[in-house]
Design a protein around this ligand. Structure first.
Ligand SMILES: O=c1ccn([C@H]2C[C@H](O)[C@@H](CO)O2)c(=O)[nH]1
Ligand SMILES: [Zn+2]
Length: 132
């Protein structure tokens, strides 16, 4: 049986590097072509230099030459389903249709899902640059 996005995100989360927050996050995305890419948060002693799990998965997708996200799964050991930060919402929106679904989950099994448009209403997009 193929690994689900949940399985991939849960497995990769073990590799998160989060010594400062202790909050380990795993992300998995599936592309339009059906490939799965994963990422983890990678913190740094210079705190603002830390990167999110979603950003890692997106970087892996681009490095592999793929560009379209069909769906995202993100998981953490949180009381409520972990929500992508604002920056990650913008990063996901760059490569996903507004209707693409982002599933947010806790290790304990709670989930919530939302479309990209719901996560980032009124998003800044290419149409804002069109007059240039
Ligand atoms: O969706 C999220 C939310 C938070 N974090 C990371 C950033 C930081 O390393 C830690 C605490 O904010 O969790 C992610 O990777 N993805
Ligand atoms: Zn983020």
């Amino acid at each position: 049986m193929p690994e689900t996005l949940r399985d991939a995100a849960t497995r990769i989360r073990e590799h998160a590097y989060a010594p400062y927050s202790g909050f380990r996050v795993g992300a998995a995305l599936r592309t339009d072509a059906g490939t799965v890419f994963t990422g983890v948060n990678v913190e740094n002693v210079a705190y603002p230099e830390g990167t999110c799990a979603e950003a890692g998965a997106i970087a892996a997708m681009c490095a592999a030459g793929e560009r379209r996200i069909a769906g995202v799964f993100v998981i953490a050991d949180s009381p409520d389903p972990v929500a992508p930060c604002g920056g990650c919402r913008q990063k996901i929106a760059e490569f996903a249709d507004p209707g693409a679904v982002v599933i947010m989950a806790t290790l304990s099994g709670k989930t919530r899902s939302a479309t990209v448009a719901e996560l980032l209403p009124g998003a800044f997009g290419p149409h804002h640059l069109a007059a240039r």
